[in-house]
Design a protein around this ligand. Structure first.
Ligand code: XUL
Ligand code: CO
Length: 467
């Protein structure tokens, strides 16, 4: 097993022997200033650069359609995968060891991890981060002690935010890992667990506000069921709605001005999760009068698990004014589970940015890399390569989308396809001035309607010219 941060020159030879002597002295000096000494500030060097630790496409200050790339993309690093992930999977022990997590005292380890995280955010050049309460401070024996730990670490986080200029995109609660939540949090059969989850969300909303968070996410980790044989679905859905109403009320009582988002996902770890996809969650919000209070955090890998394209979920959310933020990652269709890989597919990033930019772009939200390096990617440099690749992939997506939008090619084809609705007859149907009787009379008079080609292959060819 690998036991130390690598000290060889990154990107030159992935397989050369580590300098163990240097690595051990690294352990002996836990107060050393840099946690990632082998990596300097990542900079834009242009498409011709052969430096693996540079951007080829993400040029934060470059203006595109009136905004800089940094303003469009609003990248965030997620704390849970990038700083707490250790490469474990269902079949194997952790493979990744980081010096900053190795302190025996859990609060000391939490502090070092936070300091390492802010060095990473700064070096990779993101403006935002995201966390779960339990990522940044470990749980103690009682809720009161856990909250005291959180307060301590949040104080340091506030200082590091001020020092670096990195802000909080959103905070959230981990109400799914602890055994008390095995049957859910807000949908738990026990009201005492419901109360525990509420107490946790209350605190997490408060620290998010303290850190000037621009949003707060609800991902329904175990808000679903494994079997209907033991589940009162109707009651659980009522409880979930009650929980969200209480969260909205708490947000208002705090005067927290950030946005609330639900992050839909169809399954995993439960067999069925209630916030299944954007459309199902939209229906739930409407049913319970919450549609003005909560928007969506759309995750690419959750979209594909739900049997949708990433850009479908974005388009659905945008069509109903529900897009808040994005968890930018990808799955592996060959595996079919939530692999949370870094986004690298330019076709997908182009279609996603096409939807987002056309809709006017992010306000409170951004692109959070809810992604982790693979189990074999054990070097700290791998964390940098992963983020650089993902940021470049979205930068290319943004540039492609901007050209597609300003050339208007797809818009023109769509406008032509629906042109019938702009004439007097179509417009009358749209404004509700027609009945089945009138439509039957029209059809009898005009006979067989003219049909037109959907031109899918042509449009796919045009799209490829922009990629
Ligand atoms: C799980 C997932 C979460 C949320 C935050 O699939 O995406 O990490 O993003 O709880
Ligand atoms: Co996510």
């Amino acid at each position: 097993m690998h036991t130390a941060a690598p000290v060889d020159v990154p990107g030159v030879d992935c397989y050369n022997t580590r300098n163990w002597f240097q690595a051990l002295s690294f352990f002996r000096e836990p107060h050393m200033k840099q946690f990632f000494p082998t990596v300097k500030q990542i900079r834009y060097e242009g498409p011709e650069s052969d430096n693996p630790l540079a951007f080829r496409h993400y040029n934060p200050d470059q203006t595109i359609m009136g905004k800089t790339m940094a303003e469009h993309l609003r990248f965030a690093v997620c704390y849970w995968h990038t700083f707490k992930g250790a490469g474990a999977d269902m079949f194997g022990a952790p493979t990744i060891v980081r010096d900053y997590t190795s302190a025996k005292n859990p609060l000391r380890a939490a502090e070092l991890t936070l300091r390492a995280a802010f060095e990473f955010f700064t070096k990779v050049g993101v403006k935002f981060w995201c966390f779960h309460d339990r990522d940044i401070a470990p749980e103690a024996a009682t809720l009161a002690e856990t909250n005291a730990r959180l307060d301590k670490i949040v104080e340091l986080a506030g200082k590091l935010q001020n020092d670096t200029g990195v802000g909080l995109l959103w905070g959230t609660t981990n109400a799914f890992s602890h055994p008390r939540f095995m049957a859910g949090a807000a949908t738990n059969p026990s009201p005492a667990v419901f109360a525990y989850a509420a107490s946790q969300v209350k605190k997490a909303m408060e620290i998010t506000q303290r850190l000037n968070g621009q949003g707060y996410v609800f991902w329904g980790g175990r808000e679903g069921y494994d079997t209907l044989l033991n589940t009162d679905m109707q009651r659980e859905l009522q409880h979930l709605a009650r929980f969200f109403h209480m969260a909205v009320a708490h947000k208002k009582s705090l005067g927290f001005t950030g946005a609330l988002y639900i992050e839909p996902k169809p399954k995993e770890p439960t067999a069925h999760q209630y916030d299944c996809d954007a459309a199902t969650t939209h229906a739930f919000l409407q049913q319970h009068g919450l549609q003005k209070e909560i928007k969506f955090n759309i995750e690419a890998n959750h979209a594909t698990l739900a049997g949708h394209a990433f850009h479908h979920e974005l388009a659905y959310a945008i069509a109903h004014d529900l897009l808040g933020s994005v968890d930018a990652n990808r799955g592996d269709l060959l595996l079919g589970w939530d692999t949370d890989q870094f986004p690298t597919n330019i076709y997908e990033t182009t279609l996603a940015m096409y939807q987002i930019v056309k809709a006017g772009g992010f306000t409170t939200g951004g692109l959070n890399f809810d992604a982790h390096v693979r189990r074999q990617s054990i070097d700290v440099e791998d964390l940098f390569y992963a983020h650089i690749g993902a940021m470049d992939a979205f930068a290319r997506g943004l540039k492609n989308a901007a050209r597609l939008i300003s050339d208007g090619v797809l818009d023109k084809c769509i406008a032509r396809r629906y042109a019938g609705w702009d004439n007097e007859f179509g417009a009358a149907i749209e404004r509700g001035a027609m009945s089945f009787d009138k439509l039957e009379a029209f059809t009898l008079e005009h006979g067989e309607p003219a049909v037109q080609s959907g031109r899918q292959e042509l449009l796919e060819n045009i799209l490829n010219q922009y990629i």
